[in-house]
Design a protein around this ligand. Structure first.
Ligand code: MTE
Ligand code: MO
Length: 523
């Protein structure tokens, strides 16, 4: 009896709110274990087939254009981290709920885990590059998650208390051990998946060792006057590490060049496939081209200028002999992304469209499309700049569309004339103030840039040199500013005389317009 008064068995047997919290924790740990198991299986099947990444990629694809814009506007290129973080929070909340449900209404928690896993399997199998095997990671993950959940929650069920023979007791110590072991196994599974998918390290190593051939046709040298070298002014050539990155790939495709090839097919008389070796043996060219993203807002930085090494897309298409009636080339990436580019643009002998393998003197960085991507002067990236490209299909705009077109973006995406003020940033001393920035109108070229303070007269800026119309141009001008707060505006005119409009338009569906303005406090 003394024992009973010390440890009332009846009270022990009751499911306290405490046990509900423990069940929720068990749910989160079991969920993490299931996802880690899925990662491990995915590392063996295909990197993209993991529940997390297939799910994330499906979310990315389902996102409408305006939401993509908003995400880029709010989080910039951290949008992927934000997406994965949000998914993590939602999944953790769901897993906690599953733990609680498994305790209160078994087997509801197991069913929840199974349901989420089945959705993961379906979504994975529906990925553009998927095979039926892609269901495996989620299915094995369900098994792992359910076993772990049931094992942990079973420990929260009252058992006969051996000490009293009559009452029951919940042994929380055994629960903690079971949960701890599951958490440990989850970490092990995750580490294992990282070891198995060390392929990414392998591809980086291959890239490091790679020596690209010298171009048959070298780029025109950058004139000394192309870069004004002003502090805070964007450099004329963007270093690779600073080059903006925009793509739908949550996991950067890892492609060993020895297994890469490009297929040219569709409405052509002579389809063919070219290997990496064959590509590098062709006469390569180097050109400076400024690449811009259609999602760039006025004054934004989703734009960069690089020296690209590659083979003319025109020559590849001519070899395949496009048929009459074709008007579009649908380029496809290893990860399923597609871009629809006018055939006419790619065949234009005056436009240096490249199947690029090099960027600023080195192989393409893995996140910029290694081993090969497209670069087309004058078009936004979403309709032209396919990274990790594996096929060019000659087709028609009537029959096919690129990735972003059904998501609210225009089928055609010529770059609009734009300009940006980089200097001054925020404040200046009274008197003559240097105002400087960049302007672009790829493939047409920039003809003039004007700046004004407040509602004053437009003042002509001096244009820096450039290698040609396919890159942006720096500009600068000195303006007298009195003490006080001022607003500086800039507008460019392209080489055809088209003046940049002040009408403000958002990025969707075919590129933002409006003048870039900055505030300066002088004093
Ligand atoms: N495979 C693939 N290629 C892609 C994309 C993508 O999502 N996937 N995005 C395009 C877009 S919208 C842009 S603006 C450019 C950006 O190229 P960068 O990341 O090298 O700057 O890549 C293009 N190529
Ligand atoms: Mo883009």
């Amino acid at each position: 009896m003394t024992q009973l008064s010390e440890r009332p068995a009846a009270a022990q047997a009751e499911r306290t709110p405490n046990d509900a919290a423990l069940a929720a924790i068990a749910g989160v740990v079991a969920g993490a274990f299931g996802l880690a198991v899925a990662e491990l299986v995915a590392a063996l099947v295909a990197p993209g087939s993991s529940t997390l990444f297939a799910g994330g990629a499906a979310v990315v694809d389902a996102v409408p254009g305006w939401l993509k814009d908003l995400a880029v506007a709010w989080f910039g290129t951290a949008d992927k981290a934000v997406l994965l973080g949000t998914m993590g929070v939602v999944l953790a909340a769901g897993a906690a709920l599953a733990g609680w449900a498994e305790l209160r209404r078994p087997p509801l928690g197991s069913q929840l885990v199974g349901g989420v896993g089945v959705i993961g399997a379906i979504v994975a199998v529906l990925r553009p590059e998927a095979t039926p095997l892609w269901a495996l990671p989620s299915l094995v993950g369900i098994a792992g998650g359910v076993v772990a959940l049931r094992a942990a929650v079973a420990r929260l069920r009252p058992e006969p208390d051996l000490r009293t023979a009559s009452g029951t007791v919940v042994d929380r110590r055994r629960f903690l051990v079971a949960t701890g072991v599951t958490a440990g196994l989850a970490v092990l599974a995750l580490a294992g998946s990282r070891v198995v998918s060390a392929g990414s390290a392998a591809v980086s190593a291959v890239r490091e060792k790679l020596r690209l051939p010298t171009p048959q046709h070298a780029a025109d040298p950058v004139p000394a006057g192309a870069d004004l070298g002003l502090e805070d002014l964007t450099p004329y050539v963007t270093p690779n590490r600073d080059f903006y990155r925009i793509d739908t790939a949550l996991r950067v495709p890892q492609i060993d060049p020895s297994s890469w090839s490009l297929e040219v097919r569709g409405l052509v008389d002579e389809p063919f496939t070219i290997t990496w070796e064959e590509l590098l043996a062709l006469p390569l060219e180097e050109h400076h081209v400024t690449l811009a993203c259609v999602s760039n807002t006025v004054g934004g930085d989703l734009i960069g200028n690089a020296l690209w090494l590659g083979y003319p897309i025109r020559a590849l298409l001519e070899r395949a002999k496009p048929q009459a009636g074709a008007d579009m080339v649908l380029s496809r990436s290893d990860d399923g992304f597609t871009a629809g580019t006018p055939l006419e643009v790619l065949l234009d002998p005056d436009r240096d469209s490249l199947l690029a393998v090099g960027m600023n003197g080195e192989p393409l960085p893995v996140e910029h499309g290694f081993p090969a991507r497209l670069v087309v002067p004058g078009l936004y990236g979403y309709v032209s700049a396919t990274k990790w490209v594996t096929s060019l299909e000659v087709t028609t705009f009537a029959a096919d569309q690129g990735y972003w077109t059904p998501r609210g973006w225009s089928a055609l995406g010529p770059v609009k004339v734009q300009s940006r003020i980089d200097v001054p940033r925020g404040s200046a001393a009274p008197g003559p103030v240097t105002v400087a920035g960049v302007a672009w109108a790829q493939h047409t070229g920039v003809g003039a840039v004007e700046v004004r303070a407040d509602d004053g007269e437009w003042v002509q800026a001096e244009l820096a040199d450039t290698v040609g119309p396919d890159t942006w141009r720096q500009w600068h001008v000195t303006i007298d500013l009195a003490a006080g707060d001022h607003t500086l505006s800039v507008r460019a005119t392209d080489a055809d005389g088209l003046v940049q409009t002040d009408a403000e338009a958002p990025p969707a569906p075919d590129g933002a317009t409006g003048w870039h303005t900055v505030g300066v406090s002088v004093g």
